[in-house]
Design a protein around this ligand. Structure first.
Ligand code: KIV
Ligand code: ZN
Length: 513
């Protein structure tokens, strides 16, 4: 009989630690519902003690998502653990994930603790957590660079204290597949009570090896839980991609011989939702979820696929949710059809007023764009001026003029709280002129560190442009996303969305470092 591989999604915690990917409570809740539809086993909803906002997000997810186990991260101290337990109180099934660094480098330089102190703190933390929750995961941070004898001592002790899952992070993405696989195997062989816990892998992608390392941890090491994120979102080069792990294990079941609970047809919708919410665009050639992942451009490949699909395709696009972007609504669709589609997409509006605002936006879009896809609807509701979260700046109108040989000009009207501002500027192009006009009034002083434009739906110039703007100010990095058939308008919306995030003071404690 095949073993079960547990999929532990940490998009909302490790993924959220990517610069600028921080999400609001409602955004996290929407993604958590999609993860539930995807049937992930465990959702790491956040790090409850890191901020009031994250506490509320974990709590809301714990109260509303019933099918997956809901987990909160906690440093190995009583305050963090108690806060995690409090946020998780309403969950159907909950897990506390506590961690402390065990590598010599981290203990000495970061924690300034001796190995004996770390050993004691890890034990006490698990003992305390176990009194609050029956499902406890322990992670030795920077585990892969830790001394094997010390790691065995710590892990044996925390299993004795009641840890039910042991997760071995390659925190800095230093591992290579064979060595990581054997590392897990050695731990399991040397620790006398290792059979009392489920072993888990958590790999970062600094060398582009996160998925390969995780799979080696499963195949060679015998791990039965993989920690991963949608689109591989995560600090620096990211984390292990959920979609790649799932499709590798499913497609090569002959080799892995493992069962999964995942409903793969929900992968592409999840990928789109995460990228639209965070502003982290998916590269076109990304496995499984990239726009080109199933596109055959060369004549030889096209010919082969037409004759027999499996000549060049090892997976079917529709099995991972491609093709679900059929035209769903149009100009003549009514409020009820719109509301129903929102429900089908798992989008819950807080009030009838919000639905009315979103519906008005939808009608406006349908006047300018004949076919409305799910992606358009998701972009529309991701727009903060619809959900009215953290909305201080709002675009009122924009006009711009560009002509060959002339310097482009833009005039922007936007609201800042209750006050309306008009601003004009010239610029290198109409986008530059529009953003400069806004900045001339706001005077944020933020540095623009990323600007990217993407078509929301492919195949036509009618498609909406989705713009991501990343701003940096005094150590804070935020992403703003804006969508509109006019990319200059989308750019102004994205800029204002980023300014709104800078405007809202979300405090946060880093999980690492
Ligand atoms: O990468 C890491 O070490 C982590 C731990 C907190 C599990 O994310
Ligand atoms: Zn991590």
């Amino acid at each position: 009989m095949a073993d079960q591989l547990i999929i532990f999604d940490t998009t909302l915690r490790d993924g959220e630690q990517s610069p600028g990917a921080s999400m609001t409570r409602d955004e996290k809740l929407r993604i958590a519902r999609q993860l539930e539809r995807l049937k992930v086993d465990v959702i790491e909803a956040g790090f409850a003690a890191s901020s009031n906002g994250d506490f509320e997000a974990v709590k809301a997810i714990a109260n509303q998502v019933r099918e997956s186990t809901i987990c909160s991260l906690a440093r190995a101290n009583d305050r963090d653990i108690a806060r995690a337990a409090e946020a998780l109180a309403g969950a159907q099934r909950s897990r506390i994930h506590t961690f402390i660094a065990t590598s010599a480098l981290h203990m000495d330089k970061k924690l300034r603790m001796t190995p004996d102190q770390v050993f004691e703190q890890a034990k006490l933390a698990v003992r305390f957590a176990r009194n609050l929750c029956g499902d406890i995961e322990f992670s030795p941070e920077d585990g892969y660079r830790s001394d094997m004898d010390f790691l065995c001592r710590v892990l044996e002790a925390v299993i004795d204290e009641g840890a039910t899952t042991i997760n071995v992070p390659d925190t800095v993405g230093y591992a290579v597949p064979e060595l990581y696989g054997h590392f897990i195997k050695t731990l399991r062989e040397r620790i006398p009570n290792s059979d009392k816990a489920i072993w888990s892998v958590h790999c970062h992608n600094d060398l582009g090896l996160a998925v390969a390392n995780s799979l080696a941890g499963v195949k060679i090491g015998g791990a039965r839980q993989v920690e991963c994120t949608i689109n591989g979102l995560g600090e620096r080069a990211g984390n292990t991609s959920l979609e790649e792990i799932v499709m590798a294990v499913k497609t090569r079941r002959d080799y892995f011989n493992l069962d999964l609970n995942i409903d793969a047809s929900q992968i592409v919708p999840a990928s789109r939702m995460v990228s639209q919410t965070t502003g982290f665009v998916v590269q076109p050639n990304k496995a499984v979820v990239g726009a080109n992942a199933f596109a055959h451009a060369s004549g030889i490949h096209q010919d082969g696929v037409l004759k027999a699909r499996d000549t060049y395709e090892i997976m079917r696009a529709e099995d991972v949710g491609w093709g679900s972007n059929k035209i769903v609504l149009g100009k003549l669709s009514g409020r009820n059809a719109f509301k129903q589609r929102l429900q089908e997409l798992g989008i819950e509006m807080q009030s009838e007023g919000e639905i009315n605002t979103a519906f008005a936006r939808f009608k406006d879009l349908a006047d300018r764009k004949s076919e409305i896809f799910d992606e358009d609807i998701l972009a529309l509701v991701s727009d903060e001026s619809v959900t009215r979260e953290h909305e201080f700046y709002r675009l009122v109108s924009l006009s711009q003029h560009s002509e060959t040989g002339e310097r482009p000009q833009a005039a922007v009207v936007f609201a800042a709280g209750e006050v309306e501002h008009s601003a004009d500027s010239d610029g290198n192009g109409p986008v530059d002129a529009s953003l400069k006009a806004i900045e001339s009034k706001v005077g944020s002083g933020a540095e623009l560190v990323l600007y990217s434009v993407n078509a929301i739906t492919s195949g036509s110039t009618e498609s909406q442009g989705e713009v991501t703007v990343r701003l940096q100010l005094g150590g804070r990095v935020v992403n703003g996303v804006g969508a509109d058939p006019d990319i200059v308008v989308a750019s102004a919306k994205a800029y204002l969305a980023a300014l709104n995030k800078l405007h809202s003071n979300l405090e946060r404690v880093a999980a690492q470092g």
